[in-house]
Design a protein around this ligand. Sequence first.
Ligand SMILES: Nc1ncnc2c1ncn2[C@@H]1O[C@H](COP(=O)(O)OP(=O)(O)OP(=O)(O)O)[C@@H](O)[C@H]1O
Ligand SMILES: [Mg+2]
Length: 385
Amino acid sequence: MDRSAHVKAVEARLREHPVVALLGARQVGKTTLAGELARRRKGVVTRFDLERPEDLRRLSDPILGLEHLRGLVVLDEVQRLPEIFPVLRVLADRRPLRARFLVLGSAAPELLRQSSESLAGRVAHYQLDPIGVDEVKAEALGRLWLRGGFPRALLARSERASHEWRDEFVRAFVERDLPQLGAPMPPAAAHRFWAMLAHYHGQVLSYSELGRAFGVSDVTVRRWLDVLVGTFMVRLLPPWHANLGKRLVKAPKLYLTDSGILHSLLGVVRHEELERHPRVGASWEGFALRAVERALGARRGESYFWATHAGAELDLLVVRGRTRRGFEVKRTTSPTVTKSMRIALEDLGLSSLDVVHAGRETFPLAPRIRAVAARRALLDISPLR
Ligand SMILES: Nc1ncnc2c1ncn2[C@@H]1O[C@H](COP(=O)(O)OP(=O)(O)OP(=O)(O)O)[C@@H](O)[C@H]1O
Ligand SMILES: [Mg+2]
């Protein structure tokens, strides 16, 4: 799998910043990417893997361990040693700059409290997502949807092997990674909670409903969700609510970030099972929305959904500067314009509304409204400027 566009993007950030944090879910390909970057780079590269006891020992006094190094220093699994961040700050402030640091981790800065504060203004973040629709050939889209974008799951030799890899990934994640991060939930409960979330994929979140369904308080639900969001497993799409006194839905929508993990938690192995599954529509919607975001080049914080209590809604609103583009996803081959779409177009002042559907063609439906074939999303949806 060629992911060299990501390597270039990280290289560009390293030219501008003394510290770059390459973050993403476990097993998404961070170490591989850093290795590729190191191979391409001229000059010395020193690598520490903070999961290895001997590397940790070399850093038992981090200043002593790091201050003499030149070139690029890679610190892998940085979530294992958050105390390193204040040290990086000192090293990043030296002039002349003697070394640059590439830190790799599978937990967001919010989960590692020390990191965000200590490196403010010195660090660039780059999030590596699972393989997306723009990284595979058109023929592989169905496979990407079923298996998801973790390289090992996508490239496995059979559906069964892929499914087993994902099951094992989930198990290892709750049994090993969550406890290491000091997460508040016991492994078995975390597993069941995550599996329950799979059934809420694509729905507006109600902390109290989830709490009741799982038999814990809504405060607990929030804490557990924070962990799954901070480890890139769950995504909360915020509601858009800067608008005209209408009564709007103010809770976020919940999505599992990877369709393959979603299917694993739902017990879906093959396409036939997916097609018959009650959550197939929600799964397809989440997958299509990510495809739209990849086509747009939407950045974090630019995506919302919108819903009024009167029933009008929009699956995805992407806002950049004065541009507002709307997207509805319909798993049908004959999309039509609905009243809700017209309300969204007017109320939100959308420049365009695309109805992403399961058919083969892209065609106009009404002024400013198009039907866009999901499989053509990358061709027919122009990037944000
Ligand atoms: N571009 C790629 N093409 C093919 N396989 C890949 C690619 N990137 C990663 N992999 C495979 O996916 C698996 C995970 O990759 P890697 O170890 O780089 O991920 P990671 O994000 O560092 O994981 P962890 O958080 O567990 O350290 C490895 O088996 C690796 O060989
Ligand atoms: Mg790694």
